[in-house]
Each structure stands twice: as C-alpha cells, then as structure tokens.
Design a protein around this ligand. Structure first.
Ligand SMILES: *Cc1c(COP(=O)(O)O)cnc(C)c1O
Length: 388
C-alpha cells in the first residue's frame, strides 16, 4: 500500500498551555530571575530523584563545570570521558586546563567501557564522567568499583537519563554528583537549563555559591524585601543561575516527566518489535538491571548487508519527510580533540565503527501511532531496497 508522505521532525518538545501559563504567571509576578520558583523547582526535583540537594543552573554544561570545580579539579589533572558524547562532557574539563582522556564505549550499550577506562588510568587521573548514553545507565557497579580502587571522583552526565534507574536506584541518587540537562531537545525542557544533584552538604554549598558569582548564601534574596544590601564575595564564581521563568516551566514539565518517559518507551518497544525482525538492522538493547529514559532511539545498520551507507539512509528518510540525527560524531573525530590530543580513529575502534552505522530516529511523546508506523515502514522500505 502506498502511504502518503508525512512530515515528522526529529524532535518536538511536549509543551502546552500549562507551561505557557506558568511562565506568564512569573512574568506577571514581577520577579523574573532566580527566586522562589527556582527554590521550589529545586525542592521538587530533589524529591523526584530522591537526592538530598538539587542545584538549578542554566545548562548541563554549567552543572558539569561547577561539579568539577566543587571536587577541586586542577590544571594537569586527567578526567576519563567517553568519546561517544556531546562536546560539553569534555570541554568542561578543558576549562580547568585539565585533560579529557577519551575512552572507548561498550558495543552493546554505547556507554563508557570500564575495561578501556581502566587501561587509560595514570597517576594524574582524578575523575570519570560516565554518560548514560541515550538514557540507559552505564554499568555503575563496575565504574564505582574502578573509582574506589583508583581514588577517582565520579560525576555522572545524566543529560539523557531523566528519568532512569540502575538496579532500582534513580540516576541522580547513585554517585556523589550528577548533572542533568533541560535543553530544548532533552527529555524535559526549560528551553535552556540544568540541575546538579548531590547528597553531600559541603559540595552543595560550594556549588550554590559558585553558580552565582561566588557570592555567599541566598545572594538572590538581596533585591527582595527580606534581603539585605550586604553580601560577601567568597570566590571568583560564575553567572550560571536558573531563572524563575525557566523554573516555572520546569515545575510543569517535571509533573509530566514519568508519563513522557513511558510514552517514549512504548514507541521504542514498537520500533524494536518491527526492526528486530529485519536482519539489516540492529535494535538498541536495554539491560535487565536498568531502566532507560529512552531519550534517543539509536538504530544501527548492518552495513555489510547493505548497498548504501548511513548518510544515504538519512537522505532518503529526509526525502520521505522524516527527521533524524546522529549521536554522536565521536569526540576523537572532531578537529579540536583529534589535533589537540593526537587521537586516531584506531585508538577508539568501537566508537569509530558504531558511529558509522548509527541513526537516531524520532522518539517523543507527541508522536502518534500513525507516525510511528510511518517511520517503521519508511525505514524498512529504504533498507529493504538496498539489500546486498
Ligand atoms: C545535551 C548534552 C549536554 C549539554 O547539555 P546543555 O544543557 O545543553 O549544556 C551534555 N552532555 C550530553 C551527553 C548531552 O547530550
């Protein structure tokens, strides 16, 4: 049967009147920057995760930065980072004149490979930043064991993994420090935004100071009626605070977070059901002891059985109105990381090979069952006509 061409963007955020109303209410209140709504959002977020503290910032990049600052990362230190990630995970290490040491990934999960990570540890290694790729938690038992043996700090990059859990524990309540993203395309959004969670009072206090110019406690109150004109600068901090407009939107998004995740899982299971029958495709696997946030659906092509490559499949999907993306061009293949640290494609073989055959398909709560079916039909038709 001939299906009519549809237009399915790669991502559409699940935003409605409630978010618009919440943002408008903040505007009408007259207090737009960090204030009572941010305090409320932090409290609700911490409770959703089951962490003692949640500190709101204006991006996940900022969250990772203040987390590394809080553990005292210094010039010349080395930090283990998976090569299959967004540049933010590694660039924050460079902010300290420290060295991001790129690590290969596990071929099943595309998460950091703890065995390869251990091989790259030196006397200068201070920390590891596991990225819960596509929303599936990394092997945290192995990473914690490795970190304990080599005295490394763990900072989790949870930009993809809200909400997700590992052996029953929500991501955000596993390690000392976890960074989340509320960027426009992430599992919940405030346009731009981020959060760090921790159970450690001292780290939380340090991060609260550093996200707002290094000024002492509750600095945001200084323009409110209860605030005072007096404040002290304790450190050269950053301008990373989250606004009340963002937090008001975040509070609404948070109430929908579990429901949005469950809808993405339904789509993923439908994709898996259809695509796993096709020998030309490899579907993502979520291991039994963890729950994925299903931020991404990364389909892998069995290129040895196809006459066309990944770029051609993407082009043909685009012609059929389907938006896709690629996660990620490994960091070692970008000019900056390649040239600054001298990585070769052969040094990180799994990430290099898996990148060549990965396509991220649309997966978001607003997709209708018809749209999901249309994507499966088009993918099967394109690869089916290119069988070797
Ligand atoms: C999106 C993303 C980030 C950065 O998030 P921002 O909120 O845009 O700073 C960091 N790490 C990963 C893995 C991401 O996908």
């Amino acid at each position: 049967m001939e299906t009519k061409t549809q237009t399915i963007p790669f991502h559409v955020a699940d935003l409605g009147e409630e978010e618009a109303q919440a943002a408008a209410d903040v505007v009408r209140s007259g207090w737009l920057t960090m204030g009572p709504k941010t305090v409320e959002f932090e409290r609700e977020f911490a409770s959703y995760i089951g962490a003692k503290h949640a500190i709101g910032v204006n991006s996940c990049t900022a969250a990772l930065h203040i987390a590394l600052e809080a553990i005292g990362l210094s010039q010349g230190d080395e930090v283990l980072v998976p090569t299959t990630t967004f540049t933010a995970t590694a660039e924050v290490v460079v902010y300290f004149k420290a060295i991001p040491v790129l690590v290969d990934v596990d071929p099943t999960t595309l998460c950091i490979d703890p065995i390869d990570a251990e091989r790259r540890i030196t006397s200068k290694t201070r920390a590891i930043i596991p990225v819960h790729f596509a929303g599936q938690p990394c092997d945290m038992d192995k990473i914690q064991e490795l970190a304990a043996r080599h005295h490394l700090e763990i900072i989790e990059d949870a930009a993809h993994s809200l909400p997700a859990s590992y052996r029953g524990t929500p991501v955000g309540a596993i390690s000392k420090l976890t960074a989340f993203s509320f960027y426009a395309t992430k599992t919940m959004t405030t346009g731009e935004g981020g959060m760090v969670t921790t159970n450690d009072d001292d780290l939380a206090a340090r991060m609260k100071i550093m996200r707002l110019h290094g000024i002492g406690r509750d600095a945001w109150k200084r323009y409110s009626s209860e605030g005072s004109w007096y404040y002290e600068v304790l450190s050269a901090g950053f301008k990373y605070n989250l606004t009340d407009i963002q937090s008001a939107i975040g509070l609404v998004q948070l109430t929908k977070c579990t429901q949005m995740r469950n809808r993405r899982e339904e789509i993923a299971l439908k994709y898996n059901e259809i695509f796993s029958q096709c020998g030309l495709l490899q579907t993502p696997i979520v291991l039994d002891d963890r729950e994925s946030a299903w931020h991404l659906y990364v389909l892998r092509l069995n290129l040895d059985r196809l006459t066309i490559g990944r770029a051609e499949v993407i082009e043909r999907l685009k012609q059929q109105g389907i938006g896709t993306s690629v996660h990620f061009i490994p960091l070692h293949m970008h000019p900056y990381y390649r040239d600054s640290y001298g990585y070769s494609a052969e040094a990180l073989p799994v990430a290099t090979a898996e990148y060549q055959r990965s396509i991220s398909l649309p997966i978001y709560p607003g997709m209708s069952p018809d749209q999901v079916t249309y994507v499966t039909e088009q993918v099967l038709s394109i690869v089916g006509s290119a069988r070797r």
